[in-house]
Design a binder for this molecule. Structure first.
Ligand code: ATP
Ligand code: MG
Length: 637
């Protein structure tokens, strides 16, 4: 055993260690925030890898975000250097993508499908398809609003043919089912798939193609799942199908009080189902190693107001010693005063603390003014994405260029590039017309666009066009071409979006990303695998350590910070107005309460709860969660 692994096992409490070194058989670790679930899971991966040196089976560890997967990989690598190659650590989506690329041909899928992971792209696709359909039938181009409903149906495994019966009102049910059908058809026509589709496709593979489930079981005899409480019914179905009858080693860690994807179908009933299906050993961890005792107390008080909880779960006990001033309250006149006030307070703390400081809010719209206020005081601040990915426009461009090189006839990607370059150059080239002209001239879209751009003096179009042509010609030697192109892309995208970005940051992010994809898929990845990896991966450019992180509660899942600000603790903000509108207690209100519970339990040292009396001119009372946690909502605790 490596000394690092030995040390971490020795640092675990007896019950944590029991879970980490558990032999074969299924285990459910049901425990509250900060109780060490992720730490136990990570140690367990390292332990299995260490125990099975020289064997050729692999371990499957599924996490909720790519960022969590990257962190996990880093930690395991520290514990058992050189052994992580035998583990797949990634999201459900990444795993399903891999399965579909390998075996999808059995279902008639072409292995080079594109993944639609951006809502804007999906909306554009659906809206185009609806516009076509509207010529012959009564559908409305505005029906893109049903996308979220379609997502919900898909995450519950409802196919278009069965969708109508899910709705009480038959007419709107039928309308939604039709839109769902049109959407699926459009995806198929573009040889593409969305996030839920990845899970459904993998389920079909496991169910319908003999041998795939068997092979998956043989390759991955150990499954470990972090944040199990937020698996959707479709994801759970995938686990069941992969497991079949003979599977024994499912290790899931969960906290039913942290379910925040109820709208996508996550439910404590799923945890119950897992217990019935897999009959796991149940291990409860009750010690919280993250938060000061005062916060643990407030969290216990808060969540006790919920009724939909796994029966018999024990309350959390703080393992840390008491600290002074671990919770404070702030009250402001208005939302703008709240943004200003919090930003001022943060700007007056030690800059060395900023990197370990987070501001959390129920919605992103509350974070934007806080970010602006911080920046105006010279404090670096970034808003983290949930499925954090290459968020900079530079990377969107790079990805689009790579995609186009691989799929020269894909008009969607072409449109992204032409539109973006139009913005920079102040031009108005129509991608559809360009494509038609290209066809007539017997050129690729890109080549023709490049030529047109040169003729019009559009240097960015010309550079990108030339880049794509070269890339297409050198698909096997793409790395140097891409590397060379990054500065051009950064340049172009920076002026296109008016974003100030550091090319060095982007290059560094690019290097990290390629390194990670290669660690996962082997050193000789081809362009296809690279794009696949990029689409599913996310890597924010490496940050200056004095950057404050702003996150929605959903994005804060599993993370921890020394100092945590929770803004917007007002009725109709947190809890949301939708849940307040329901009146009294409801499943929606319970979900809001779990959001608040997740938010406050991210804290390692100090928690600052804040609210304003007015948001956008509307007066709002203190959040009911404040009094439920034992605060009056008006005064310091
Ligand atoms: P969440 O539900 O929020 O994801 P979690 O149960 O996964 O929380 P971890 O993130 O694994 O909790 O652990 C919380 C913190 O407590 C981490 O900083 C971790 O290193 C620390 N920790 C966990 N167990 C111990 C221990 N036995 N001794 C000291 N520190 C510990
Ligand atoms: Mg965790």
């Amino acid at each position: 055993m490596t000394p690092e692994l030995e040390a971490i096992l020795a640092s675990l409490s007896p019950i944590q260690k029991e879970a980490a070194v558990w032999g074969d058989g299924s285990v459910l670790v049901l425990a509250g925030p900060g109780s060490g679930k992720t730490r136990v899971l990570t140690s367990r991966i390292a332990k299995i890898l260490d125990d099975s040196r020289g064997k050729n089976f692999r371990i499957l560890a599924l996490t909720f975000t790519t960022k969590a997967a990257a962190e996990m990989r880093e930690r395991v690598e520290l514990l058992v250097p050189g052994l992580t190659e035998r583990a797949f650590m990634g999201t459900f989506h990444a795993f399903c993508t891999q399965m579909l690329r390998q075996h999808g041909s059995h279902l008639g899928m072409s292995p080079d499908f594109a993944i639609f992971d951006q809502d804007a792209d999906r909306e554009a696709l659906l809206s185009d398809a609806l516009a076509v359909a509207a010529k012959t039938e009564a559908v409305d181009p505005d029906d893109v609003r049903w996308l979220k409903t379609i997502d919900q149906l898909k995450s519950r495994l409802v196919v278009p043919e069965k969708a109508a019966s899910q709705f009480r009102d038959t007419r709107s049910g039928e309308a939604i089912a039709r839109v769902y059908q049109i959407y699926e058809q459009a995806l198929g026509e573009h040889n593409s798939i969305d996030f839920n589709g990845l899970i459904l496709g993998a389920c079909r593979l496991l169910r319908d193609v003999p041998g795939v489930a068997e092979r998956t079981r043989r390759t991955y005899p150990y499954w470990l799942i972090d944040e199990f409480q937020d698996t959707t019914p479709a994801q759970y179905r995938l686990i069941q199908l992969a497991a079949g009858d003979g599977f024994k080693n499912l290790f899931a860690v969960a906290d039913d009080d942290q379910i925040i994807y109820q709208w996508a179908g996550a439910s404590y009933r799923q945890i119950e189902k897992m217990r019935a299906d897999f009959r796991p050993e149940l291990i409860q961890l009750v010690e919280n190693h993250r938060c000061p005792p005062e916060i643990v107390g407030a969290a216990n008080l808060l969540v006790a107001h919920n009724t939909f909880r796994t029966p018999g779960k024990k309350p959390l006990v703080a393992a840390k010693a008491a600290m002074s001033e671990s919770i404070s309250l702030r009250l402001f006149e208005s939302d703008s005063a709240e943004s200003e006030g919090l930003a001022t307070e943060i700007s007056e703390t030690e800059p060395s603390r900023w990197g370990k400081t987070a501001v959390l809010a129920r919605t992103r719209s509350l974070l934007v003014p806080i970010q602006q206020a911080l920046q105006s005081k010279g404090v670096k601040a970034v808003i983290a994405q949930r499925r954090d990915r290459f968020i900079s426009p530079q990377f969107t461009w790079l990805q689009a260029c790579l995609d186009q090189a691989l799929r020269p006839t894909d008009i969607r990607v072409f449109k992204v590039l032409v539109d973006a370059a139009n913005r920079v150059a102040g031009q108005d080239l129509d991608p559809a017309i360009l494509a038609a002209e290209a066809e007539a001239a017997g050129l690729s879209n890109f080549e023709h666009w490049g030529k047109t751009s040169v003729a019009m003096g559009n240097t960015i179009g010309a550079k990108l066009g030339a880049f794509a042509v070269r890339l297409a010609q050198s698909r096997t030697a793409w790395r140097p071409v891409v590397r060379e192109a990054i500065p051009v892309l950064v340049d172009s995208a920076t002026s296109a979006e008016g974003v100030v970005s550091d090319a060095a940051d982007d290059k560094a992010a690019w290097d990290i990303c390629v390194k990670e994809i290669r660690a996962e898929k082997g050193a000789d990845i081809d362009l296809d695998e690279l794009i696949q990896g990029l689409a599913l991966r996310s890597k924010e450019p490496p940050r200056d350590p004095s950057t404050v992180t702003l996150l929605t509660v959903h994005a804060s899942k599993g993370l921890e910070f020394d100092i945590v600000y929770v803004a917007g603790l007002a009725e109709s903000i947190m809890p949301s107005w939708q849940s307040v509108n329901k009146g009294g207690e409801s499943p929606e209100m319970e979900e809001e309460r779990r959001n608040c519970f997740v938010a406050i339990t991210r804290t390692r040292e100090r928690l600052i709860l804040s609210r304003a009396a007015n948001y956008r001119g509307w007066s709002k009372g203190p959040s009911r969660f404040l009094s439920e946690m034992g605060f009056s909502g008006e005064t310091e605790p």
